[in-house]
Design a protein around this ligand. Structure first.
Ligand code: SF4
Length: 389
C-alpha cells in the first residue's frame, strides 16, 4: 500500500474517525498483517481494554430437515434422508437438560426450514425449554427462520416475535446473513430471506427491545469489497437501532468428510478455497476497524480453530463463543480436529494464555463473572505449556 495512504488511514483510526468504503477496501488490499493487527488492537483496546468475553452456552438444532439447499450448507437434509432428524419437544428439553450442571447461561437454537412442522411447534419448544431451564437465556432462530414462520403461519413477523418473546425468546441469532450483496448472494443462498427481510426482521426485533448478534459468512466466492459492503450495511442499521450486540465473521467451511452417508452437499467447494488463517485475521481486523458503532467482535472458535481464535484476540476480537458442548452445523463439515467440546476452564486458560482477562457474560453482554488477570508467560515458563490445536 502507498505510504501516504497508510499514514492517512492510521491517522483516521487514531483520531477515531469513521472509515468509508474506499478505506475498507484499501485495508483489505494491504498485506501488512502486523500493521492491520496493530490498528485493530488499538480500537479493540479503547473499547474493551484487555477483557475477553465468553459465555457458557449450548447449541441446539431442533431439525436438520430443510426446504432450502443453500450452496455452502452441509447441514441440511431432505425429508426421508437417512440421517434427517427432527426432535420432539421432549427430546429437545432432554438434550438441553444434559447441560444442567454446566452452569449454562444460554441456549443457541437454529434449525432447517422444515417443510411440514407447524408454526405452533416453535413457541411450544421455547416455552418448555424455559420451564425446564428458567435461568437459561433462549437465543433462537435466524431472521430466515422468522421469515419462514411468516410463510407457514400466515402471521406477520410482528405477531411472530411477540409470541416467541412471550414464550421466552431473549434474542434472535445472527445467522442467515451470509453475504448481503446480491452479486454473491444469488449464487449461494437458496431461500427467500435477503437483506431487505433480514434487516426488516432485526430492525423489528430491536424495536421490541431484543438485542441481536450479526454475522457474515466469508472466505468462499465473495471478494473483499463484498465484505466491506456487508459491514457497511450493518453499520448503517446499527446507527439507526443500536440493537446489535456483536459482529461475528464466520469462516466458510468445505464439506470434506464423513457424514453418515458420505455425500458432499456443499456445491461451491469446487469453485473456491477456504480463507487462510492470514485472511481470517485480516477479516477480523478490518471488521473491527469499520464497525465503529459495534461494541464487540466475536471469534467463533469452532469455525476457526483454537490457535487462530487465540491470535484473533490481537486482531480486534474481544469475544469468544462459547463453552460449546455440541455443535452440529460446522461439525458436519469439519475435519480439522477442532474439538467440539470446550468447557469453562478450557476457555479461561485459552484466554489467560493469550495474555487477556476473561469475563463471563450472558446473552445481552451483561457480566456474569469477572476473573483475575493473566499470569505472565515469563512467570509460567517452568510449567508445562498448553498447546491449542
Ligand atoms: S443454510 Fe439454513 S436455510 Fe440454507 S440449506 Fe442450510 S439449513 Fe437450510
Amino acid at each position: 500500500m502507498d505510504v501516504g495512504l497508510k499514514r492517512e488511514l492510521e491517522q483516521k483510526v487514531y483520531a477515531g474517525e469513521r472509515l468509508d468504503r474506499a478505506d475498507g477496501e484499501a485495508l483489505y488490499a494491504s498485506d501488512d498483517l502486523a500493521w492491520l493487527g496493530r490498528l485493530a488492537h488499538h480500537v479493540r483496546t479503547e473499547k474493551n481494554g484487555d477483557r475477553v468475553m465468553f459465555n457458557v452456552n449450548r447449541h441446539l438444532n431442533l431439525t436438520n430437515v430443510c426446504s432450502a439447499s443453500c450452496a455452502y450448507c452441509s447441514f441440511q437434509r431432505k425429508p426421508g434422508e437417512k440421517d434427517a432428524y427432527t426432535m420432539r419437544v421432549e427430546q429437545a428439553v432432554a438434550k438441553a437438560l444434559e447441560m444442567k450442571d454446566e452452569q449454562l447461561t444460554e441456549l443457541h437454537i437454529v434449525n432447517g426450514l422444515h417443510p411440514t412442522l407447524p408454526w405452533r411447534y416453535y413457541p411450544r419448544v421455547l416455552k418448555e425449554l424455559k420451564q425446564a431451564l428458567p435461568n437459561v437465556k433462549l437465543k433462537a432462530f435466524t431472521a430466515t427462520e422468522v421469515q419462514w414462520f411468516e410463510k407457514i403461519s400466515g402471521l406477520t413477523a410482528d405477531a411472530i416475535l411477540d409470541e416467541l418473546m412471550e414464550a421466552g425468546l431473549e434474542s434472535l441469532t445472527g445467522g442467515g446473513a451470509e453475504i448481503f450483496d446480491w452479486e454473491v448472494r444469488q449464487h449461494i443462498v437458496d431461500h427467500a430471506c435477503h437483506w431487505e427481510d433480514w434487516s426488516r426482521i432485526h430492525r423489528l426485533a430491536h424495536s421490541k427491545g431484543l438485542r441481536t448478534p450479526s454475522t457474515m459468512l466469508y472466505g468462499h466466492i465473495e471478494e473483499p469489497r463484498h465484505r466491506v459492503d456487508h459491514v457497511l450495511r450493518l453499520r448503517e442499521l446499527q446507527d439507526e437501532t443500536g440493537g446489535f450486540t456483536v459482529f461475528i465473521p464466520l469462516r466458510y467451511q468445505h464439506d470434506f468428510h464423513d457424514s453418515a452417508d458420505g455425500k458432499i452437499r456443499n456445491r461451491i467447494q469446487a469453485r473456491t478455497t477456504m480463507a487462510s488463517p492470514a485472511e481470517s485475521l485480516k477479516t477480523f481486523a478490518v471488521s473491527r476497524l469499520m464497525l465503529d458503532n459495534f461494541d464487540h467482535i466475536k471469534c467463533f472458535w469452532v469455525m476457526h480453530g483454537l490457535s487462530l481464535a487465540q491470535l484473533s484476540l490481537n486482531f480486534g476480537v474481544d469475544d469468544l463463543d462459547g463453552s460449546v458442548v455440541e455443535y452440529k452445523i460446522t461439525h458436519d463439515a469439519d475435519s480439522y480436529g477442532t474439538p467440539n467440546t470446550m468447557h469453562r476452564d478450557d476457555l479461561l486458560h485459552l484466554i489467560w494464555d493469550a495474555g487477556f482477562t476473561p469475563v463471563e457474560r450472558d446473552t445481552r453482554y451483561q457480566v456474569v463473572r469477572e476473573y483475575g488477570p493473566p499470569v505472565g508467560l515469563a512467570e509460567r515458563r517452568s510449567e508445562p505449556q498448553q498447546v491449542w490445536a
